[in-house]
Ligand binder design. Structure first.
Ligand code: EPZ
Length: 417
């Protein structure tokens, strides 16, 4: 089992290139199933979850050609509509093939994604949306089975804001007959990016990025090309690392307009932030960050995927920070590991109170989920001595070459085993 060893105490300095967004590329790869021709996707990050998604697509019969950060998907050879449990259980986002297969082939069998460390993660809103579009959907023996001769446009009102359900239903609606309106839709930048890709393939979509998305169904989608939006969570993670270590870092190839809430919190923590096109520069001038209060909520509010990283910042900040996690029911798995490093955190339900300490002390810790593992690396960057993080396969799901990128900023970090 590989581990990452970090030695704390180095203020980060320099430039880091941001990769394409994991949470945009996964639905976009699935959207290729809707086309009548090859779809070329650029700026694809080298991630475990991307490789898993490509495995699912090739299981379905799609042709895959990879060339660096370019992936070409040819959906014309798709011969199966069954997404197997063995693959879906390793990555929940595989459920995003449901909408495209149903819309394109009139049938889909997708293993019910299990829960994961951060929560039960049901898919009832995905199913509700497909039924609203006229599909017959049953769930038995651990499989979602959906069928429809041709989906019909409809008004879909989501009971709660769901990124995945919005994406799945959007992908189903683009080939439905007639108009669909998605109400209470998620507004994340990854939804906008998916819609941009679908429009490049000939889809007719208005309102992506707002709570109401209108789709005029078309009979077919042609192939197309799309470059994936920059990863706002990777960007935020590196900027928090710079703030925690008192450093001076520029993130390049970023999209500053997609992380206003995060930049706002970093300014509250005392960071000087300058934005120039696709470059974001954070200068902490060797200062200790001030504590910040965080409440996670759907975009454009503060993203749940940055909660663990800011908890690490509050652990060594001047003051006390209150963190409310409102999206997932169990997203404080990093707390026990941060306590091992000497943090002062009190959890009461969905709220954590973090009192900043002068310093953390390095120790062996264990990653439990993707963003928790990132927060442990951040804590290791400032802890005295060495911090060894185990189970880093969680990290490789969502961060491309994180230790290479951090080493490039001067961090003393290495992978062992
Ligand atoms: C996406 O997950 C992201 N994953 C998550 O990122 C992110 O944390 C989450 O959106 C929220 O922003 C991908 O895009 C691949 P949701 P998703 O549906 O779509 C409940 C990371 O670290 N819900 O918006 O699964 C659900 O339980 C990952 O990169 C239902 O109840 O999230 C949760 O409490 C982690 N029924 C809330 O809604 C449903 O049918 C939001 O979930 C769907 C969701």
């Amino acid at each position: 089992m590989q581990k990452i060893v970090v030695e704390g105490g180095v203020p980060l300095h320099g430039e880091v290139r941001i990769s394409g967004a994991k949470n945009a590329v996964l639905p976009i790869l699935c959207a290729a199933l809707l086309a009548d021709g090859p779809v070329v996707i650029r700026n694809v990050p080298q991630l475990h979850d991307v490789r898993t998604t490509l495995k699912v697509l090739s299981e379905l019969g799609a042709g895959i050609r990879a060339d660096g950060d370019l992936i070409e998907i040819d959906p014309r050879s798709v011969h199966s509509q069954v997404a197997p449990y063995e693959l879906v259980k390793t990555m929940r986002a595989s459920v995003l093939v449901l909408g495209p297969l149903l819309a394109k082939h009139g049938a889909a069998e997708v293993s019910l994604p299990g829960g994961c460390a951060i929560g039960s993660r049901p898919v009832d809103q995905h199913i509700k949306g497909m039924q609203a579009l006229g599909a017959d959907v049953t769930v038995d023996h651990g499989f979602i089975k959906a069928s429809a001769k041709r989906l019909r446009g409809a008004r879909v009102v989501f009971d709660m804001v769901s990124v995945g359900a919005t994406e799945n239903v959007l992908m189903a609606a683009v080939l439905a007959e007639g108009t669909s309106v998605l109400e209470n839709a998620a507004m994340e930048p990854e939804i906008v990016d998916l819609a941009d890709c679908l429009k490049a393939m000939g889809a007719r979509i208005e309102g992506a990025g707002t709570p109401r998305i209108t789709v005029e169904g078309v009979d077919r989608l042609h192939g197309g090309e799309h470059a994936v939006v920059a990863d706002r969570i990777e960007t935020g993670t590196f900027l928090v690392a710079a703030a925690m270590t008192g450093g001076h870092v520029t993130a390049t190839h970023a999209r500053p307009d997609t992380l206003d809430a995060v930049l706002d919190k970093l300014r509250h923590a005392g960071a000087d932030i300058a934005v120039d096109g696709d470059r974001i520069t954070l200068d902490m001038r060797r200062r200790r960050p001030r504590s910040v209060d965080i409440t996670t909520a759907p975009h454009p509010a503060f993203p749940t995927d940055m909660q663990a990283q800011f908890m690490a910042l509050d652990c060594i900040a001047d003051g006390a920070g209150v963190i409310n996690e409102t999206i997932f029911e169990n997203r404080f798995m990093h707390v026990n590991e941060l306590l091992r490093l000497g943090a002062d955190i009190r959890v009461d339900g969905h709220t954590a109170v973090v009192r900043g300490v002068e310093k953390l002390s390095g120790a062996p810790v264990m990653a439990t989920d993707l963003r928790a593992s990132a927060s442990l690396i951040l804590a290791g960057l400032v802890a005295e001595g060495e911090t060894t993080i185990d189970r880093i396969y969680h990290l490789d799901r969502g961060y491309e070459n994180i230790e290479a990128k951090l080493s490039g900023l001067g961090a003393r970090i290495r992978r062992i085993g």
